[in-house]
Design a protein around this ligand. Structure first.
Ligand code: Y12
Ligand code: CO
Length: 172
């Protein structure tokens, strides 16, 4: 089922998510709905809190070299932790919960993470480039943060100005 995505400034997006304890059918249904929602909305990543569920689950599905999102490349991530990181990279990010705004964000260039798959198997992996950036972006959601909080002072001002302008236009 395609779920509604909550958007800035919905306060729920600030809520820290909780660890998942049961790797059961209910979790599988949540992950399936998240997948349907992410693909339907043209996303490459989605955290459960973006559909108002404060649980530590996220998905990432990058397009392949033919620009296709193949389900076999889907990353389902439960209760993730970054255990090592190094370097820095600047990447232009966007977010389904912050529609129509894209900007450069600085993050770690390489991360080592541990997490669980949908069956409760523990996974330890390294990610870099876009996958590493997307992983960090989605993990921020689980802690109640949006990428716009990581913008420089001037870029954040630019975001606030554009957002207010859009709000005024909606009221007309
Ligand atoms: C780099 C880039 C993105 C991430 C996090 C995952 N972000 C997304 O999946 C953003 C998707 C997105 C899709 C949009 O819709 C379309 O393009 C049709 C979109 O546009 C609007 O909302 C109007 C904005 C964002 C991490 C690293
Ligand atoms: Co996002």
């Amino acid at each position: 089922m395609i779920r509604e995505i909550i958007t800035y400034p919905n306060k729920k997006l600030k809520e820290p998510s909780k660890d998942i304890k049961k790797f059961d059918k209910e979790l599988h249904l949540l992950l399936d709905d998240m997948y349907e929602t992410m693909v339907a909305k043209n996303g490459i990543g989605l955290a459960a809190i973006q559909i108002a569920i404060p649980l530590n689950a996220l998905l990432i599905l990058l397009p392949d070299e033919n620009d296709e999102q193949k389900k076999e490349n889907l990353l389902e991530v439960i209760n993730p932790k970054i255990i090592n990181q190094k370097g820095s990279i600047i990447y232009q990010e966007g977010c389904l919960s912050v529609p129509d705004y894209y900007d450069d964000v600085k993050r770690a260039e390489w991360i080592e993470v541990e997490y669980y798959d949908r069956f409760g198997n523990k996974i330890v992996k390294e990610y870099d480039e876009l996958l590493g950036v997307a992983f960090q972006h989605e993990m921020d959601h689980l802690k109640g943060h949006l990428f716009i909080e990581r913008l420089s002072y001037l870029k954040r001002k630019k975001f606030d100005k554009e957002w207010k302008k859009k709000e005024r236009a909606k009221k007309k």
